[in-house]
Ligand binder design. Sequence first.
Ligand SMILES: Nc1ncnc2c1ncn2[C@@H]1O[C@H](COP(=O)(O)OP(=O)(O)OP(=O)(O)O)[C@@H](O)[C@H]1O
Length: 270
Amino acid sequence: MGPLLELKQITKQYPTSFPLRGKGKGVEALRDVSLSIKEGEIIGLVGQSGSGKSTLGEIILQLEKPTEGHVMFAGKNLSTVSKKARKQMRRDIQMVFQDPYETMHPSFTVFDTIAEPLRIHGWRQKEQIRKKVYETLAQVELSPVEDYINRFPHELSGGQLQRIAIARAIVLNPRFLVADEPVSMLDVSIRAGILHLLKQLNDTFKLTMLYISHDLSTVSYLCDRLAVLYKGEIVEIGPTKKVLESPQHPYTQALLTAIPMFPHNRSVIV
Ligand SMILES: Nc1ncnc2c1ncn2[C@@H]1O[C@H](COP(=O)(O)OP(=O)(O)OP(=O)(O)O)[C@@H](O)[C@H]1O
């Protein structure tokens, strides 16, 4: 079986509003990035601020178009598929962001938030929607469900909100999840619970993930493989343990030494 998702020689340039002497070609956020992700795999993407991590996630989610190259999902080219197939892919590839509060509608209850994707994708029967929302809330381990279902975002903690965001992302049974710094805004004490949940979803549903982070300790807990992005290019990729224990590229080595607590304190963080 081929890979579930493949990035093929992706380059992304953003236009700049101030081209230097009229010759500027913009910001090159990604250059010639190729990456292949197997079904069921969790791949970590690390790199410093501005290295292109979010851009890569946005291209997978079809929020941004690559300037060159293309994305293959389940054997189909995202840029040339039919409208119908693209809609299916939007269902199959979901996302979780850093700040759950920002992505929630403030006047939506938990129920409305999780039911919204179902309604958008044509679910009409109230009882079916209710059943699916309750089932999904149980999957993200918010129980008893009745305690949460009618609450508004401002009545929930950061960790609870992130669980709701994950519930909203998995309610349509996607095959691929882009998680962009999903725990970095949360209190250290609740990060482990969210990471454990992501791992569990991966185990139970074979949910494939791209986990974007600058925090190597969470990556080492969660990811099977690790890709290191530096100035828009993947400079190193391999099994997480191998990359962390014997980094080959000078940038990966620098990244590791910049974290004084690693690896001794790993268990404290995750
Ligand atoms: N919409 C945009 N328009 C113009 N330039 C952009 C846009 N989005 C990102 N960039 C630029 O592209 C480069 C890569 O940004 P990106 O956000 O992908 O990096 P990142 O690794 O996710 O950073 P961070 O960790 O800070 O989120 C940066 O130089 C950034 O300024």
